[in-house]
Write a protein that binds this ligand. Structure first.
Ligand SMILES: *[C@@H]1O[C@H](CO)[C@@H](O)[C@H](O)[C@H]1NC(C)=O
Ligand SMILES: *[C@@H]1O[C@H](CO)[C@@H](O)[C@H](O)[C@H]1NC(C)=O
Ligand SMILES: *[C@@H]1O[C@H](CO)[C@@H](O)[C@H](O)[C@H]1NC(C)=O
Length: 838
């Protein structure tokens, strides 16, 4: 059975040593943090009390540090406490001056939900008489806003807008001699990708071919939010505290569709974001087409002139098995979107998904949404789970610019309302309006990644994924290497367990194939795994700078939706270790082993001395040397690499730096520093591993043999190295080659790091060992007398010169026409050696 291989060796837990942590100095990028449920800004207006409502604390605006309001505003309290509404509606702030406002401080940049709560409770002042505008800079959110005379429930207005400042200002302008009021206010961040950048633009006559772009820069007002399936969903049930209306009043022909509910089923969420897009009850209830109907239509009155973002939610709780349900979604009966959950979104059921459209109702003043059967389909079924309509009301200037004259305002005392129960007379709180001007940060444009022309995405998910609402998720970070998550799902068949080729503390490694046939290894970090976002960025930064024939190439990365995915070239023949021992693979010949060691030495020498310069690998071992389909060795795993020596001031143990027991530079214990020579030491251990085909540490062996480095040195010094050679290749090795090789290993494994050679010297010596082998074999072929069956005895009598003064930086003098990463001195050098050897 073929065994597949991984890019990273899996660390056996007992064999890992964690070293002193150190930050990669070149990386000063902001790290994206996973979205967590917001805990601010929820404001209980006109109150000094914090109150619990819908599982959140609404802080009294009179006691909150992060909110300030116009001084001449007043607060009012309900004269009767209604059991039907929350106590946060028992107080309100009243504004009478024309330029009154709330200023919220400490806002995170990104797309926010802004929710305004109004409830005209009974008090000495008739709140239903209030007529006012609510605006943000340059845009009116509510104009001539007025309450119904005695609503039985609060009126909540919701907006979605992007804030680029740390302050958010809401203006209240009473009409004429009237006043403005508000009971509660919410301003909170939504997850990255909550709103798409663009969506198909649909008019009443059908699809216009162009997408509507720039959606995140629009301010939108929620006009409908409907759970299809007769169940009302309350704010407490929704992760972003949205309420979902029932669909009954919007469906044209009520018996065209029947409610289907599947409570208790477990949903599969593909992206972290998805749990915020709609709550479970929306997905677990649906309406499916009734028998003998071909379509079902819902209609919504909307503003004729405006564009609307229409989001349609689906989750197949209907079908019993995959691939049995396809249908059309219509907008105005003209534009059709073919819905096949399993071809677009994978094979796991039930899995929520959605489509976004920007709809222009025109003269109809309606948004019409239908589900319809495919005309010639065997899958005669269709369903709908939920629907949202948000009206684009304009764009705004989200800079914070303070108004003049804030401090000249007089305190105008007005006490309204009598307190039933607690005596909380209104106290006028002076508000400090922070005067500070913010430069508007530039929007980070993230271009779609498309080095492989076959890529195109196409699903609404694909478009969503390019969002960076925070603007902080790896801004402008190696964009050329960015791969859409959708393509990674495609390549790995949605992280198919069958393609899993490695598993470790960092997460999983999958084998994948892109649309153009490129084979890749996909390393998907798990949240909370040892490898954090920092190592992720380190690896991208280092690998993106490095292209070398003997270093594993990074093909791209993906950081969407809290994923940390690295995509590497696929190494067909797996790890060097698997070609040496503990596997069923055919073993490598001595010549192949020498070539692998030479290749790895080249890669490592390039890390130390090459263009990227001064990179210490720090975890050289036989599982970090991989082989491609032609057995070309490539060094892998730079996530732990860094430039320069360790920072000694950092003494805490961390996963940031790792080494592997058995390969570890003994000098490290004295100096607490890893240097290039530490890599040389580890490489020396690998050389012995390659020669002896046994692990660096084998606890089952007698004590003196357990540590390969110690045992190998002992054998070399006692002149019995040939006794520990892998018996499968012992017959192939010439004594001269073995001697030279043993000499290199011994030098690498010196206790004192100054006594160890550079990787350049190691490379020369290995080349020489290969040459000695080939020369001897050649001789053997022409000299029958030497063929006595023991090639170990056919020793060419060559004096071994020391080349330790040479440097491999002279690699550049290699053959013309060869890419610098492939510069090879082996040809030139080998010829020299042949001359010398003769
Ligand atoms: C409050 O004002 C509204 C609208 O003007 C009016 O319909 C209502 O009767 C008034 N309520 C009271 C208690 O005066
Ligand atoms: C309220 O907004 C409307 C429409 O934008 C505008 O005509 C009106 O003048 C505004 N009223 C006040 C008091 O600002
Ligand atoms: C829906 O069905 C009605 C008749 O049942 C038909 O007139 C209408 O064209 C259909 N709409 C679509 C989008 O197929």
């Amino acid at each position: 059975m073929a065994k597949l291989h991984i890019i990273h060796g899996v660390h056996a837990p007992g064999f890992i040593l964690f070293f002193i942590s150190l930050q990669y100095p070149l990386l000063l990028l902001t790290l994206s943090s996973a979205y967590t449920t917001p805990t601010k800004h929820f404001i209980n207006c006109g109150s000094s009390k914090s109150m619990n409502y819908t599982n959140r604390v609404f802080v009294g605006d009179r006691s909150s540090d992060s909110i300030s309001f116009t001084k001449q505003s007043t607060s009012t309290q309900s004269s009767e406490q209604l059991s039907s509404v929350s106590a946060i509606y028992d107080t309100a702030r009243i504004f009478r001056s024309p330029s009154s406002r709330y200023v919220l401080d400490g806002i995170d940049k990104g797309t926010h939900i802004v929710r305004l709560h109004f409830f005209p409770f009974a008090s000495t002042r008739n709140l239903s008489k209030a007529v006012f505008n609510v605006s943000i800079k340059g845009l009116t959110l509510l104009s001539n806003f007025q309450m119904p005379s005695s609503p039985d429930s609060p009126v909540v207005e919701e907006f979605l807008l992007s804030i680029n400042s740390t302050k958010f200002v809401l203006y209240f302008s009473p009409q004429g001699s009237s006043f403005a009021f508000i009971n509660a206010l919410e301003v909170f961040l939504v997850p990255d990708g909550f709103i798409p950048d663009s969506a198909p633009n649909v008019g009443i006559s059908g699809n216009s071919s162009r997408n509507y772009g720039g959606i995140p820069s629009q301010v939108s007002r929620t006009v409908y939010r409907v759970n299809v399936g007769e169940v009302e969903v309350t704010r407490v049930q929704d992760n972003l505290w949205r309420s979902w209306d029932t669909d009954d009043k919007y469906i044209y022909v009520p018996n065209a569709a029947q409610t289907h509910a599947s409570f208790g089923r477990r949903l599969t969420y593909r992206y972290d974001l998805d749990i915020y897009l709609a709550p479970e009850p929306v997905y677990l209830t649906a309406k499916q087409m009734s028998l003998n109907f071909t379509n079902a239509t819902w209609g919504f009155k909307v503003s004729a002139k405006a564009h609307h973002l229409v989001r349609v939610h689906f989750c197949d709780i209907i079908s019993e098995s995959p691939n049995t349900l396809q249908f059309n979604l219509y907008v105005y009966g003209n534009f059709a979107q073919y819905i096949d959950p399993y071809s677009n979104f994978g094979f796991v059921s039930p899995e929520p998904f959605h489509y976004d459209f920007v709809v222009q109702p025109g003269s109809s003043g309606l948004v019409n949404i239908s589900i319809g059967l495919l005309s010639a389909s065997m899958y005669q079924q269709a369903y709908l789970n939920g629907l949202e309509i948000m009206e684009f009301i304009g764009s705004w200037e989200s800079d914070f610019v303070p108004l003049e004259g804030d401090n000249q305002d007089k305190h105008v005392g007005l006490i309204i309302g009598l307190v039933s129960g607690s005596i909380a007379l209104c106290i006028f709180v002076s508000a400090v309006i922070f005067v500070c001007k913010h430069k508007k940060p530039k929007r980070t444009e993230i271009s779609a990644w498309s080095p492989l022309p076959a890529f195109g995405g196409g699903s609404s998910h694909g478009e969503l994924t390019e969002q960076t609402a925070h603007g902080s998720a790896v801004p402008n970070f190696h964009l050329g290497l960015k791969i859409p998550l959708a393509e990674i799902h495609f390549a790995t068949n949605n992280f198919d367990g069958k393609l899993l080729i490695g598993k470790g503390g960092f997460g999983n490694v999958y084998r994948g194939t892109f649309r153009d046939g490129t084979k890749v290894a996909v390393k998907r970090s798990e949240l909370g795994s040892g490898q954090g976002f920092f190592e992720f960025q380190t690896e991208i930064t280092i690998l993106s700078k490095i292209r070398h024939r003997h270093l594993v190439s990074l093909i791209g990365y993906c950081s969407e939706r809290s994923e940390m995915i690295l995509v590497y070239e696929f190494m067909e023949k797996g790890t060097l270790r698997d070609r040496l021992y503990n596997s069923d693979f055919p073993y490598l010949t001595w010549k192949q082993r020498l070539e692998v060691c030479i290749g790895a030495a080249r890669g490592l020498n390039y890390l130390h001395k090459g263009a990227a310069g001064g990179i210490i690998h720090r975890d050289i071992k036989s599982t970090n040397i991989l082989l491609d389909k032609n057995y070309i060795a490539k060094v892998a795993d730079f996530g732990l690499s860094k430039s320069g020596p360790l920072d000694q001031s950092q003494t805490h143990v961390s996963t940031g730096v790792k080494g592997t027991f058995g390969y570890l530079d003994p000098e490290y214990f004295k100096t607490q520093q890893l240097t290039e020579k530490s890599d040389v030491y580890s490489f020396g251990v690998v050389l012995l591993e390659v020669l002896c085909a046994r692990p660096a540490i084998d606890p089952l062996l007698p004590r003196e043999q357990a540590n390969l480095a110690d045992w190998g040195i002992a054998c070399i010094q006692n002149g019995i190295l040939e006794q520990i050679v892998d018996p499968r290749i012992a017959g192939q090795i010439t004594l001269s080659s073995l001697r030279k090789y043993g000499e290199v290993a011994e030098k690498c494994l010196q206790e004192e790091d100054e006594e160890r050679p550079s990787m350049g010297d190691v490379l020369w010596d290995l080349e020489y060992a290969l040459q000695l082998q080939q020369t001897a074999v050649k001789r053997e072929m022409y000299d029958d007398s030497a063929t006595d069956g023991s090639s170990l005895l056919t020793v060419p009598n060559v004096r071994l010169p020391s080349f330790s003064t040479f440097s491999v930086e002279e690699e550049g003098l290699g053959k013309e026409g060869v890419d610098s990463s492939e510069m090879s001195i082996s040809g030139v050098f080998s010829q020299m050696k042949i001359e010398e050897a003769r």
